[in-house]
Design a protein around this ligand. Structure first.
Ligand code: PEP
Ligand code: MG
Length: 756
């Protein structure tokens, strides 16, 4: 085996020398193919490069007619070369002309060659070209020769990727690597971002391809594999993952792969052939990804992600670098492209350079997406293929409204989006103007427009959006982006910062609302929940773990010393829960006053209406609390039995339908009856049309994402309230509950020139 590997090693050494020489690109390519042919005792070695128009063009050859270079071409899928490129798989044939895909190119003079070995030139699983050797005799190439050719192809991939070959491309044509590409995923956060790709995972950074000493490199590889296995075992033995399902299953899969003989053998072979350990990881990974890309089985594709993660971990072990490299090299208009990432990792990037985020995975409710939304950057998610099609520094547009990305966009696409960005900027200017105007309807009724927040990054938006205060501060976000439970002092510091930033504007802190889809990686419920949305979450959880609530309440009381504190309880189902929580709060107040702490001047306690059971105890509820806030996201999911995170049914039922609007009106009416202020703080409040409906059924306070305040205020100031109230009363009293209220509202807006 060692002897056989000497060939590829010598070849790689020669290639390294050629790469270092100051040669023109064509000359370098010509010498490379000559070198390969000699080394492999082949009469022909040719390189075809994939162009943006899906044509493979002959870029260099040893053995075929030299006049056919840059002239001979095959379409993707055509002939043997096209088949290799299309399938991303090698072909090893002793009698090539018998192969059904064989296509004869007369200009090359290749008819006299019988045996054929071709491999795809791959980079991150993407085909950039095809490298071929041919012989007259009918021979079957050995596995180690195939391996050597694949390794060489990797070096060529690097040349293509670094732009070396672009200079050889004829005017008007482009290499596939530079081809504009658009992908559609899902919209995770609105907005448009123009900028340059920053790949979150450091896979491309492998620039050191050739090893000096295979034995030493094999030792490095083994050492890294050893630490990788240990770290996986270590993670598996930790208490918090020892019992629970999915996370454990993923780690088990990692362990299996890390010990996978086939994988390890391929890595070792690549190192023996002369690659560095990290280049070997990249090569094997790229081959695997290319093969798996063509699989449709979602299970296998998912396993590929596991392998990807593992390869990345291994690369990090070998190269030992983390995100510190970022700051200096980060472009000013960075668009982060990642398969998936943690919320804390996003916060590591400087906010003023971020223009967008693209994720291959993720969900609207992923922590990283929540944070991105808080930071106000456009996000497209579930954009499959984004990572492998991007190179660091590529121009990219993220269209967060449509959930689409445009890589290396054509000038007209870029122009259209630049116009869109300018249009948005003008609109933002308009909204800024509106900030100075009173927040009231055309006929002078005041409506409080508040904003939702949850992290320190949200705070500047309070002044920028012109919000009247923070109607919902989701305290759990601080817990969700942390690696462990935030300490009492850390919590207190955040709450104090929030109150300082808000000055005299009111802030409503919601006690920690975890459980359901909001999971803390370091805090797991022991029991598996069949229906987490209906399970151990929010106030149910904190009443069972009073220490959690006590710590938080104490931090809030201390932070609000000398000012007003508004506290709100999530997911209340029975009035009794409010009583219990109040007891805990009172005890903390007594405790702090015993130690002569500065207490809040006023403490107001509110409850969220999210569980339908409260609809039948509304008057009692209104009498028990100081204020109420409708969590329309959860309330809608429970009233309509419609999972809020399920995209398949998300469009099925309309919150602006008669039944749900009747529910919302009942709550507003009960508030007016008893004299308890009512707010609504779900997503409904943030869309101008639904905000209009809410105002029409009696809401005088709504809380939304900061970006929504401008558009909602633009609607509000044009709103003739009396007429709208009549319209809504008639709609809700209508005998046909299937009435199209949304349609009526649109017509109303059009009639009165209300911007929606
Ligand atoms: C809601 O349910 O409407 C709400 C505001 O709370 P969250 O979205 O945080 O569950
Ligand atoms: Mg909720």
């Amino acid at each position: 085996m060692r002897d056989m590997a000497a060939g590829p090693r010598v070849l790689l050494r020669r290639l390294r020398e050629l790469m270092a020489e100051p040669l023109e690109p064509q000359e370098r390519l010509d010498r490379i193919v000559r070198e390969i042919a000699q080394n492999m005792v082949a009469e022909v070695c040719s390189l075809y490069v994939l162009r943006a128009d899906a044509v493979l063009e002959l870029y260099a050859t040893e053995g075929l007619n030299p006049g056919s270079v840059h002239l001979a071409q095959l379409r993707l899928g055509q002939g043997l070369v096209g088949t290799i490129a299309a399938s991303a798989r090698a072909l090893n044939l002793s009698d090539a002309q018998k192969h059904p895909a064989f296509a004869y190119l007369p200009e090359t003079g290749e008819e006299i060659y019988n045996s054929f070995l071709g491999v795809p030139v791959l980079r991150a699983g993407r085909t950039l070209g095809v490298l071929v050797v041919q012989n007259r005799t009918k021979r079957h190439y050995r596995d180690d020769e195939l391996e050597a050719l694949e390794t060489t192809a990797m070096v060529i991939a690097e040349m293509i990727a670094t732009g070396d070959l672009a200079r050889l491309t004829r005017p008007g044509l482009e290499l596939d690597l530079r081809r504009p590409a658009s992908f559609t995923g899902l919209s995770f956060n609105d907005g448009v971002g123009l900028g340059h790709v920053v790949l979150h995972e450091p896979r491309i950074v492998v620039t050191n391809l050739f090893n000096e000493d295979s034995d030493e490199e094999t030792r490095r590889l083994e050492q890294a594999l050893g630490s990788l296995r240990l770290s996986i075992d270590d993670m598996l033995s930790r208490r918090d993952v020892a019992f629970e399902g999915e996370h454990r299953a993923v780690l088990e899969a990692y362990r299996m792969f890390a010990n996978d003989r086939g994988w390890v053998r391929r890595l070792e072979e690549a190192v023996r052939n002369g690659l560095t350990a990290e280049a070997a990881v990249e090569k094997v990974q790229s081959d695997m990804r290319a093969r798996m890309l063509h699989m449709t089985d979602p299970y296998l594709r998912e396993r590929m992600s596991d392998f990807d993660d593992l390869a990345n971990r291994l690369l990090r072990q070998l190269m030992g670098h983390g995100p510190e490299l970022l700051a200096s090299t980060l472009p000013k208009d960075a668009i982060i492209v990642a398969r998936s990432m943690g919320a804390a990792e996003l916060l590591d990037y400087p906010r003023d350079r971020l223009r967008g985020l693209v994720l291959e995975d993720g969900a609207v409710t992923s922590h990283v997406v929540i944070v991105a939304r808080a930071m106000g950057i456009p996000v497209a998610g579930q954009v499959k293929g984004a990572v492998s099609m991007s190179e660091n520094g590529d121009a990219i547009i993220v269209d967060g409204d449509e959930g689409r990305i445009h890589l290396r966009p054509q000038p007209d696409v870029e122009g259209a989006y630049a116009e869109k960005v300018r249009f948005r900027a003008r609109r933002q200017e308009l909204y800024r103007e509106l900030r100075k105007k009173p927040s009231s309807t055309k006929d002078g009724t005041h409506v409080d427009l508040l904003m939702n927040a949850g992290l320190a990054v949200d705070l500047p938006q309070l002044a920028e959006s012109g919000a009247a205060g923070i109607g919902l501060f989701r305290t759990e976000l601080q817990f969700m982006v942390a690696a462990t439970f935030p300490r009492a002092e850390t919590q207190e510091r955040l709450y104090r910062d929030v109150l300082d930033a808000a000055r005299d504007k009111p802030v409503t802190f919601r006690t920690i609302d975890i459980g359901g889809d909001k999971v803390l990686p370091y805090f797991k419920s022991v029991a598996h929940e069949e229906n987490p949305a209906l399970g151990w979450r929010a106030i149910r959880l904190t009443l069972d773990r009073p220490a959690l609530l006590r710590t938080q309440v104490r931090a809030l009381l201390k932070a609000a010393g000398g000012r007003e504190l508004r506290l709100m309880l999530p997911m209340v189902t029975e009035i009794g829960e409010i009583m219990q929580a109040r007891e805990i709060i009172d005890r903390e107040v007594r405790h702090l006053s015993r130690f002569a702490h500065d207490l809040p001047t006023l403490l107001k306690l509110g409850a969220m209406v999210e569980v339908p059971s409260l609809l039948w105890q509304l008057d009692e509820l209104m009498k028990t609390v100081d204020f109420v806030s409708v969590g329309s996201n959860d309330l809608f999911q429970f009233v309509m039995a419609t999972d809020r995170g399920n995209t398949q049914i998300s469009e099925r039922f309309d919150p602006l339908s008669v039944p749900f609007l009747r529910v919302l009106k009942q709550i507003a009416d009960a508030g007016h009856r008893v004299g308890t202020p009512v707010t609504l703080c779900g997503e409904l409040a943030g869309r101008p049309i639904s905000a209009m409906a809410l105002i029409g059924i009696g809401y005088r306070s709504i809380s939304m994402s900061p970006a929504a305040i401008g558009p909602v205020k633009a609607m509000l100031t044009e709103l003739p309230l009396e007429e709208l109230t009549t319209l809504m009363e008639e709609a809700l009293a209508h005998p046909n509950a299937a009435k199209n209220v949304r349609g009526d509202l649109h017509a109303f807006a059009e009639q009165h020139n209300i911007p929606l």
